[in-house]
Design a protein around this ligand. Structure first.
Ligand code: NAD
Ligand code: MN
Length: 450
């Protein structure tokens, strides 16, 4: 079972790897289990020092890692550099957090009561292809900080950066067996991890469809699960917004990573009184997006991940579009920046396209905006654009999503919790909250009776 890893911008095979099966998955779990006792015994401060070294090695190999990621995902090199920089910052953050993540003392009668944060044991980390290294780091950082050992399964399409990172983790001095990377099919080795009796938790990022499978498979052993799933986020633009800023930043909020972003603000809800004016500015901004060779420093959007995925994305678009951008000729899984006018009941507004397709939808007033924003099974992210602070606050409280921004389209920060409401999943990654998902709370009562 050889895996052919492809560069989506050239369609060239860039690596051939042996794929793991059930036996190899079980062996990886055994190695992680065997490494557990020694790893959890490393003093928190020393665990922090080792994670700090991983962060530094990522910084020292930043350009190499960015090129690997850019080539394997087809993402622009400038974006890949930004992502690798975040990977280093994530490890720095959790390096600093390790020895500050403790339990508490609770006043009780007849003795003292304290809580401890214990590692879970072996955790299985299953990640998607859109931000392979970034999302791996969001899980590895807190998992290792809390004293767990890990089996990491990258997506079949994009295993290269995780393999390189695992070498750097060894170079940093983290003992063999603590982090094990498993290259193989989700339906085989991913599923095995979710069912394995020696795996205590699955940290999963991927589609809502597969998230359901993982949750079901985890039920057999009452495994903990964190699910970071799909999204269909709303970018809500009111008539009193800075329309220039809102319109000029809206394309990036959908077309970044060629739309293959769970946080993509792929539903642009615009108040009807400024709808035409906004659409005009949006189209102008979209026409400036530079699509092309991911190796070029100036490129802003690359191809989609695969031919199959391009077919799926294409199925959402017919001939009637408000805007369709250009794509390079020749090989590569290119798809143009596309803007369609839609209603919230259209398929393009209901399902996650995961491609560079923005649906623009008019709304009447604040109540209508809330209704439309929430009329989706998802609840991951979103934005509100208005100069009215009170309205901004009412909107962010009313919208059912795990992260939301005002007069900005950013969702993800190292220091702040990230995760979904509704069918976008549950559990939080990043920030100090990320540590909660990788430790178990233990309560201890000690009698002071003489
Ligand atoms: P996917 O669900 O197809 O695959 C995700 C991972 O799960 C891959 O590693 C895959 O091999 C594995 N997998 C597949 N079947 C499995 C099974 N039965 N058991 C266990 N593991 C299995 O997702 P994808 O196509 O790689 O990524 C795109 C999806 O990821 C989108 O829906 C996107 O919204 C979502 N995503 C979510 C976030 C977030 O943080 N919420 C971030 C990025 C991507
Ligand atoms: Mn998939």
């Amino acid at each position: 079972m050889t895996l052919h890893v492809v560069n989506p911008a050239t369609e060239a095979v860039i690596a051939e790897l042996e794929q793991a099966g059930i036996d190899e998955a079980d062996e990886a779990v055994s190695r992680a289990k065997a490494a557990g006792p020694a790893w959890r015994a490393v003093a928190p401060e020393d665990r922090g020092r080792l994670l700090r070294r991983v962060a530094t090695l990522v910084e020292e190999h930043a350009e190499e890692l960015a090129r690997v990621e850019s080539e394997n995902v087809g993402k622009p090199i400038a974006a890949a550099r930004g992502e690798v920089a975040m990977v280093a910052r994530v490890f720095h953050f959790y390096a600093g957090a390790v020895d500050k993540h403790g339990g508490s003392e609770i006043p009780v009668a007849g003795g003292i009561d304290v809580t401890f944060r214990e590692p879970l044991g072996v955790v299985g980390l299953i990640v998607p292809w859109n931000f392979p290294l970034n999302i791996a780091s969001w899980k590895l950082g807190p998992a290792l900080a809390c004293g767990n050992t890990v089996v990491l399964k990258p997506a079949e399409l994009t295993p290269l950066s995780a393999l390189r990172l695992s070498e750097l983790i060894l170079d940093a001095g983290i003992p063999e067996g603590v982090v094990n990377v498993l290259v193989g099919k989700g339906s085989i080795v991913g599923r095995r991890l979710a069912e394995h009796p020696d795996v205590a938790k699955i940290g999963f990022t991927g589609s809502t469809l597969i998230g359901r499978d993982v949750m079901r498979a985890a039920a057999g052993t009452i495994k903990r699960v964190t699910l970071e799933l799909g999204g269909k986020s709303a970018n809500v633009v009111f008539e009193d917004a800075d329309l220039d800023r809102a319109a000029s930043s809206a394309p990036d909020a959908v077309f970044d990573n060629a739309g293959q972003d769970c946080c993509a603000r792929s539903r642009i809800l615009v108040q009807r009184s400024v709808y035409d004016e906004f659409l005009e500015r949006l189209v102008a901004a979209a026409s400036r997006v530079r699509v092309g060779d991911p190796r070029d420093d100036a490129t802003e959007m690359g191809p989609l991940i695969s031919a199959g995925h391009r077919e799926t994305v294409a199925s959402f678009v017919d001939d009637e579009v408000a805007f369709r951008g250009d794509t390079p000729d020749g090989p590569g899984f290119w798809f143009p920046c596309t803007i369609v006018e839609a209603s919230n009941d259209d398929r393009v507004a209901r399902e996650e396209v995961f491609g560079p397709v923005a649906a623009v939808i008019p709304f009447e007033d604040e109540a209508d905006a809330v209704r439309l924003a929430n009329d989706t099974p998802y609840g991951l992210s979103g934005s509100v654009w208005t100069r009215d602070v009170a309205r901004a606050l009412r909107m962010v409280r009313a919208i059912d999503s795990g992260v939301i921004s005002v007069n900005s389209n950013t969702s993800v920060r190292v220091q702040t919790p990230f995760g979904g409401f509704k069918q976008s999943g549950f559990g939080r990654e990043l920030g100090l909250q990320g540590l909660e998902g990788y430790s178990e709370l233990k309560n201890v009562y000690i009698s002071t009776a003489g």
